[in-house]
Design a protein around this ligand. Structure first.
Ligand code: P71
Length: 472
């Protein structure tokens, strides 16, 4: 009798296995608390994974934001912090890294992404303005609204369909954009807000052809184009893999070309750039630089640190360089794809194609019997924690918030739970444990009935809202 030959994961999926371009030098212990403890913890957190204590979490897939592992070079850089109040040498290193890899002329540092969103929104948006963009992001849209603007979604329709296999579901629908311009007039549009690998659509990329066409359209109407570059390096990987003519180009070259079609960018460096804190706003126009580098001293700190310590800026400058290496990006997104392949093989409904930073579980498809005002995604995230101490994030009706005009819930088409993979932190074995947990929760799907919201804060409610289980 012949025994089955053991197969590596690569062999099982009909390809050669890949491995991370690093080895582990320091570890942080984690543990799973028992079922009774998990039941107590999630109830105490009001069934909101943002309100759990991290100590009670086993594998933390809440976010890839600020949760990356820094390299030995970055930690060495932390020791080289020049903590002068003004003109720190680490600022000039950071400025050079942004100029070199992203190609923008001027840099304004900020403590994280939303600091930069605040500065660009306050600098450019006037009461009554309209900001078109490729799907909202929570903090981006809130800052646009707080500055007096209104966000209008101009992403292609395919982005709202979790099963559509379009390779660039982050693309702007140029027809929708032109309609908005014609309806409100170019004078009311301070800029188009373009995001790389669109977070709320499932980490879906924008093609080079789309940004080129967008540039032309914006030029025709004299409108500026600013980029949310938070996960632009990941976007570049998809262009390299999927777009004709880019297979032989490096991630760094693709990022630089993409940014050359835009007028500037804001950045949450806590993602692509492999640091635990940091952000920036960069631009080519001097008027925005003037306005933002003045406002930054009011809200963040002096224009040569913007809320970061010197050591943070040094780790960030080094992180930029590491983030744009092809072998890093292959293993980063390779790990996300690995988890996606397992779940797909097991018939679990997720957003396709798999995006750059996370797997998005389709809560509407998993819990078709839970109406959207019973918060299917919030419910699924709580169930996953109960099963195995894995922390995920709701990205559905709770995140979408209320319409400021009508006060009703905004009901997004996508009702998702995000399993976000931190960079360089977890192993393939962790991904196996996650896949098995998702499968266990999926198999029990008919036993849950949803949640009701019992406390709702005014701003960004998903962070602090509290829920209670509903009975059938
Ligand atoms: C993520 C985050 C962090 C977050 C923010 C809000 C709700 C839940 C979690 C932050 C982003 C982002 C994009 C595309 C700007 C920010 C803000 N994402 N643009 O995905 O994804 O940056 O957090 O550094 O202020 O978990 P900031």
């Amino acid at each position: 009798m012949t025994q089955p030959v053991p197969m590596t994961m690569g062999q099982q999926f009909g390809r050669r296995s890949w491995a991370e371009p690093w080895k582990i030098k320091m570890v942080e212990p984690i543990k799973m608390i028992d079922r009774a403890g998990r039941e107590r913890a999630i109830a105490a957190a009001g069934y909101n994974t943002f309100l759990l204590r991290s100590e009670d979490v086993y594998i933390d897939l809440l976010t890839d934001s600020g949760t990356s592992a820094m390299s030995d070079r970055q930690w060495a850089g932390m020791m080289l912090g020049d903590e002068a109040y003004a003109g720190s040498r680490n600022f000039y290193h950071l400025e050079a890294a942004v100029q070199n890899y992203y190609g923008y002329k001027y840099l304004v540092p900020t403590h994280q992404g939303r600091g930069a969103e605040h500065l660009i929104s306050r600098s450019l948006i006037k009461e009554g303005d309209v900001i078109p963009g490729n799907m909202y992001f929570t903090t981006t849209r809130l800052h646009q609204e707080l500055a007096g603007g209104r966000f209008v979604d101009v992403i292609i329709d395919e982005a709202h369909d979790p099963t559509n296999m379009h390779p660039f579901k982050g693309n702007v629908d140029l027809g929708k954009l032109e309609d908005v311009i014609q309806r409100v007039g170019a004078a009311k549009i301070p800029y188009v807000s373009l995001a790389g690998t669109v977070n709320m659509a499932g980490g879906q990329p924008v093609s080079m052809a789309n940004v080129q066409a967008l540039r032309e359209l914006c030029d025709r109407y004299g409108i500026r184009l600013y980029l949310d570059a938070t996960r632009m390096a990941e976007n570049a990987w998809f262009i390299q893999q999927r777009e004709e003519g880019y297979a032989g180009k490096s991630i760094a070259a693709i990022v630089k070309e993409f940014c050359s079609y835009t007028d500037g960018a804001w950045m949450s460096a806590k993602k692509d750039h492999l640091v635990n804190i940091g952000g920036w706003l960069a631009m080519n126009h001097e008027d925005l630089f003037e306005a933002a580098s003045n406002l930054v001293v009011v809200y963040e700190g002096l224009h040569t640190y913007g809320g970061m310590a010197g050591r943070d800026m040094e780790a960030l400058a080094i992180g930029i360089e590491e983030a744009l290496q092809d072998d890093h990006m292959n293993s980063r997104i390779g790990q996300v794809l690995y988890l996606g392949e397992l779940l797909t093989d097991w018939g679990i409904p997720i957003v396709h194609p798999v995006g750059g930073h996370a797997i998005f579980l389709d809560a509407k498809a998993i819990y078709p019997h839970v109406p959207q005002d019973r918060f299917p995604a919030q419910t699924l995230a709580a169930q996953l924690y109960l099963d195995s101490g894995i922390r995920a994030m709701e990205r559905g009706v709770v995140s979408a918030g209320r319409d400021p005009a009508t006060g009703d819930h905004r009901y997004p088409k996508l009702e998702l739970v995000r399993l976000t993979i931190p960079r360089r932190v977890y192993t393939q074995a962790h991904m196996d444990v996650v896949a098995e947990a998702v499968k266990a929760v999926y198999d029990e799907r008919n036993r849950v009935h949803g949640l009701e919201m019992v406390h709702e804060p005014k701003y960004l409610r998903f962070f602090q809202a509290r829920f209670a289980p509903v009975q059938p």
